[in-house]
Design a protein around this ligand. Sequence first.
Ligand SMILES: [Fe+2]
Length: 548
Amino acid sequence: MKTVNDPEHEGAGPAITPRTRARARHILDHYYIGPARDDRVLEIWGYTDRYTYRPGDTVDLRVSTTAPNWSLEVGRDGVNYAPVMHVADLPGLHQDTPEHCSVYGCDWEVSHSFTIPDDWTAGAYLITLRAERQGDAVEEHHLIFVRRAAQAEPAAMVLVCATGTWLAYNCWGGSSAYEGITGPERNAFSPILSNQRPWTRGFCKLPAGAPRALTEKPTDPEGMVRYAYMEWAYAYGYSKKYASAGWASYERHFARWAEAEGYEFEIVTQHDLELEPDLLTGHRCAVFVGHDEYWTATMRDRVERFTEGGGRVARFAGNFLWQTRLEDQAQTQICYKYTAKDADPFMGSDEKHLVTGAWDAPPVNRPGAQTFGVNGLKGIYAGLGNCVGQGSGGFTVYRPDHWAMKGVRLGYGDQLGAESKVFGYEVDGVDFCFDDGLPFPTGKDGTDKSVEIIALGMATNVEADFSHWGETLYIGSADAEFKALILFGERKEEALDKSSRGNGAIVSWKSGDGEVFCAGTCEWVAGLARRDTQVETITRNVLNRFCR
Ligand SMILES: [Fe+2]
């Protein structure tokens, strides 16, 4: 008798039984993208040894595939995708992947190398690895690398990709900084993550129409909560985290918009910022976009030194929350997060200020607002599930006369970016009080009193529960419990209540001899991608002033 597990018995799927139905919650549970470790499954995966290269540098590609041959295409991923190199008929090698590759790396052999020629324009390049085998559909895997500009002529603007956050959300091989197969029960996130492994599916290239993390329609209060991007990811075999981080969801939208607008800019990564002390020297404006949650102390030091010396910082990004450490020439990222107090070996040492917990909590105690005017603990979710699920999707404008608002045509109390959904899915906030209808920073969270709050929106750490029969909430109240624990030392009701509310802010101020503008939201780029003229005008006002 044939069973459904028999590979020859293709076609009919298993019946939904009470046991399989119990597993049907998987779109919210941990699942990951990774190797099948089975020659019968056609697959191709790869990674580069570094994220950025200069002309003359060699790119070492490490590829594992079950196909006898594979091919490679490299193309510049700018306003238009432009292929620059094809290599066909490369011999395939199915390489062994260690079980804990997310933690320690894949350690694959180099499969193919190429040198970056002088005539490739600076920018981001998409690598497509393609495997074909008789009787199988074509398999593709995508990676991204940056061709750095020549050092002698720094562009006015430099876009710093949030590779710390990409790495934290990369689930390839089993574990990310959120969920995983680490620990004795094989069910824990990993505080140690290697970048020597492929990017998960959806970080480098996405099909048109892939939902963004922030829902486009408000939650229906009569219906069950929905998480459209996770449903889409599960249906199409993409990473559950595809909409949370990566080139395709975030930096790509800014880079394409800025290039189409005619801005000259260099692209670098946070890893370059870590490794090159003078990376920002010579640039007038450093730009950060998207979901930008994980930073080292060194990266922050360099940005603060830049603004003190007259540099301008434009941050169109959200969720400035965790301190990390980079080790092994920046190939390994450490972030103990929720477990830092108990597990980070730096606790109790002379270097406890480098413990990989939240910036605004002990023992780090380095307010995020000192660098960007806002911080992650004061903000968090909006437009995700029932977390401000019926909000406008935009900011409320309080200071329409601010220089950044020139020509935007929004008045006091108007909504900015509600149509294009720029507010969420994680935002950074500020401790403020109202005086005569205007918000001012209290300074309690380390925010400089000279910070001007241009616009605000509401965020929450607790997902609203409308008690629908059969509903499962993804966010729940775990983040509020963590915040209560690190800020008030307890999870009791009062501490939990005080930890539940947040906001997202657009702020600006003069910092040192420089200046900072921060729209503290992950989804600002959605306004650029969807051509929201008011979001575009503000972005131009900031960049034109800062790049002058
Ligand atoms: Fe985040």
